[in-house]
Design a protein around this ligand. Structure first.
Ligand code: HMG
Length: 389
């Protein structure tokens, strides 16, 4: 029985920073950021947004059009959770109006956890075909002011409804995965910024892609000619190029050209949003499906999921008839165009305003009169949110 993605939606906060402004402020060549690393703008998170608000705001794009009672499980993937104990899934379940008779849990393994959620959802629906699973992958990529990772920051969430009515794409039974203990990227419990050995992390990513691609081909008796296009976890868009370049010589020049063109489509939105950790691969998928006019139903899309530390998975989707309409509902380009561009001074102020002390009854800058879910501050050391029902 085919199981896969019925709905997919994206949300990113309303502020952005131009990478040319960042390069100029940090004494770097703008071309290093825009060409060498491949980022044009990044989303900046105001202090009234977090992984809960972004995840809820993504899922709100389709939750009112579906039968909420059919959702039996909510899997919330993040590595920038809001509490050391309580799961973001429970906040999200409440704000999305899901029934109490549901399982809801938060999953963590760097940028990889969204893919574990997707695979668990697929297996669950296979056994319970009348039920659906909501997967939310939501993160804030935060490396700190004046760090080499700063150009690879970003934020956002992707929500996916997994069911036996896969209107976007079927998740194929061809996955391969692996784990290697690597000290390439981590975030100590007392730190709100990630620590990273950037060049080592890039090497680990490339190595794991190559190892899994070798296994994928062998175990599924498939070749690169069988893959119409790729989506990648994209900490920065050049990373995906570095991975794909390793295997392009396996096909003809024409096929290499076609895969490169599709990669540009799969990089497009990520180039304008930045890293969103768990959601990054699925934004790349959205970007590919939204920007391409040459993909069609039945095409096989290869996806590479990577989370530092490190864990990776390589699998494929088969596109369903009508996937374009399902994806276009998101109007991602218009969401990105409507973001407010910040100056460097404004960006640094917004960045530093994220530091709250839960012992103080602090309020965030959440504006009134919005239908979006917002974090409004601390009360009795508990996070308080607002959402228009
Ligand atoms: P860096 O040291 O600032 O940059 O770090 P660089 O010196 O390596 O230069 C970057 C590229 O720009 C190079 O190209 C230069 O040649 C080029 P490459 O050799 O790589 O092809 N360049 C120029 N190009 C054009 N014009 C110029 C110019 N100057 C230089 N004038 C790095 C860059 C990405 C490593 C850094 O930003 C960083 O540490 N980022 C964070 C870590 C990261 O994103 N790692 C990716 C893999 S790990 C991963 O994906 C997991 C992750 O998402 C976390 C998780 O799983 O939770 C991060």
């Amino acid at each position: 029985m085919p199981v896969g993605i019925e709905e997919i939606a994206f949300y990113t906060p309303k502020f952005s920073l131009d990478m040319v402004d960042l390069a100029n402020a940090r004494g770097e060549e703008p071309d290093k950021y825009t060409i060498g690393i491949g980022q044009t703008t990044q989303s900046v998170v105001p202090n009234y947004e977090d992984v809960v608000t972004m995840g809820v705001n993504a899922a709100k794009n389709f939750i009112e059009q579906i039968d909420r009672k059919s959702i039996e499980m909510l899997l919330f993937a993040t590595e920038s959770g809001v509490d050391n104990s309580k799961s973001g899934a429970i906040f999200a379940k409440n704000f999305l109006g899901l029934k109490d008779g549901i399982r809801a849990i938060e999953l963590k393994q760097a940028c990889y956890a969204g893919t574990l959620a997707l695979m668990q959802a697929k297996d669950f629906v296979r056994i319970h075909p009348d039920k659906k699973v909501l997967v939310i992958a939501s993160d804030v990529a935060r490396y700190g002011l004046n760090t080499p990772g700063e150009v690879t920051q970003g934020a956002g969430a992707v929500a996916m409804l997994i069911s036996a009515d896969p209107k976007v794409a079927v998740i194929n039974d061809d996955t391969v995965y692996m784990v290697k203990d690597e000290p390439d990227f981590w975030r100590p419990l007392d730190s709100d910024i990630a620590l990273v050995d950037g060049h080592q992390s890039t090497d680990v990513y490339k190595e794991m892609f190559l190892a899994l691609w070798g296994r994928y081909k062998q175990e599924n008796t498939l070749s690169l000619d069988d893959i119409a296009a790729w989506g990648f976890h994209m900490p920065y868009t050049k990373m995906a190029k570095k991975a794909l370049d390793q295997i392009l010589p396996e096909v003809s020049n024409d096929q290499q050209e076609a895969l490169r063109e599709h990669l540009a489509e799969a990089q497009f939105y990520n180039r304008h949003v930045g890293n969103l950790y768990t959601g990054s691969l699925y934004l790349s998928l959205l970007s590919l499906l939204d920007r391409s006019d040459s993909l069609s139903a039945g095409d096989r899309i290869g996806l590479f999921s990577f989370g530092s530390g490190a864990e990776a998975e390589l699998f494929s989707l088969t596109l369903s008839a009508g996937f374009q309409e399902q994806v276009a509902k998101n109007r991602i380009q218009s969401m990105l165009d409507q973001r407010q561009k910040l100056s460097m001074a404004e960006y640094e102020a917004v960045f530093l305003s994220q530091h709250f002390d839960s012992k103080n009854e602090e309020k965030t800058d959440a504006p009134e009169h919005t239908r979006l879910c917002q974090f409004i501050g601390w009360q009795d050391r508990y996070r308080k949110y607002r959402i228009a029902k």
